[in-house]
Design a protein around this ligand. Sequence first.
Ligand code: UT7
Length: 336
Amino acid sequence: MKSFMMQGAKILSTGSAVPNFSLNNYEMSEIVNTSHEWIFTRTGIEERRLLTGTKKSVTDLAIMASRNALNKISMDPQDIDLIILATSSPNDLFGSASQVQSELNAVNAVAFDLTAACSGFVLGIVTAYQFLQNGSYRNVLVIGADVLSKWIDWSDRSTCILFGDAAGATVLQSCSKEDNSILEFQLNTDGNYANHLSIAYKEEINPHPILNLYQGSFKYVSMNGKEVYKFAVSQVPLSILKCLNSLNISVGDIDWLLLHQANERILKAVAEKLSISENKIIANLSKYGNTSAASIPLALDEAIQDKKICHNDIIVISGFGAGLTWGTIIMKWKSL
Ligand code: UT7
C-alpha cells in the first residue's frame, strides 16, 4: 500500500478491436423474421460484427484492444499495475482478466473482472480512478469487452438484431490534481428491475439423487426492451444533470455526449431532454450495434482517431443497462 495523497487521473491512450465478420441487416433478415427497415428505423443499427469460428473468446478481443492502446504510447505491459476487465461474457466464470494479464505479459498487474453489463466500462473507470486517486497504483488498464453473440437466442428477433461483439481499452495514469481529467461521476443501481434484462441461471428440474442439490446452466439474453428504453431515457438525463450540478457547470459547457450505444433513438432522446445539440452526440452503433461493455470505449477510441475530441473538451459519458445499473462520468479530455 502506498500513500493516500489525493491525485488526479487521466486517460493516456485508447484502443479497440472488432471481429472481422460483419452481418448486415439484410443478411440478418435471412436468419430471423425482420427487415433492414425495421431494424434501422427502430435502432439506427445497419450492421454488427460477430466473433465467429472456434476457440475464439472475449479475451482475444480484449487482448487485441489492449495491445492497440499500449502500442500507441509504447507502454511496456510490465508497467501496468492493475487490469480491470469489464465483461458479462467471460470465457471462465472465475474471471477472464487473468488470461488477459498473462497474454499481455503484464506480470506486475493484478487483474480482475467487473460485471456490470453495459455500465461495466463506466464502473471500471470509476473503480480505476479510486486506486489512482489514493496513490495505490500508477497505471491501470481498463477494458470493456463483450461477446454477447454467444449468449443470444438466434431465433429471438427482439434481441438478436441488437447486439455485436467488440472490445475497447483505455490506459489510465495518475497525475497531478491540476491535470485531473475525471471531474465528476455518479453511479446507480436498482435491482428491483433486474429481470428487465438478464442472462439468468436456471436450475435443472432433477436434483442430485443424494444431495438434493440442483445444478443448471445459464440461459440466453432476455430483455423487456420497452421497459429498458423507458428507464434509459428517464434516468440517464437525471444522472447527467446531477453531475453537472455538483460541478456547477451547465449543459452548454458540454462538448461531447458519449452514451452507451444501445439505440440511436435513446441517444437522441437523452440529448433532446438535456437540450444538447445532435451534432455533439458521438455515435457509431450503425456499424457495430450494441456491444455492451465495449460500446463506450470503442466509440471513444474512434472519436479520438477521427480527431473529433480536442484538448480540454468536456465529455459526458453515461452507461446504462442490466442490473439495472447506470452512471455518468464527466471528463475533461487531456491530449498527450
Ligand atoms: O444495452 C442495454 C440497454 N438496452 C437498451 O437500451 C434497449 C432498449 N430498448 C430498445 O432499444 C427498443 O425497445 C427495441 C429496439 C429493443 C425494440 O423497439 P420497440 O420500438 O420498443 O419495439 P417493440 O419491442 O415494442 O416491438 C414493436 C413491434 C412488435 O410487434 P407488434 O406486437 O406491435 O405487432 C414486435 O413483435 O415490432 C415487432 N418486432 C420486430 N419486428 C421486426 C420486434 N422485434 C422485431 C424485429 N423485426 N427484429
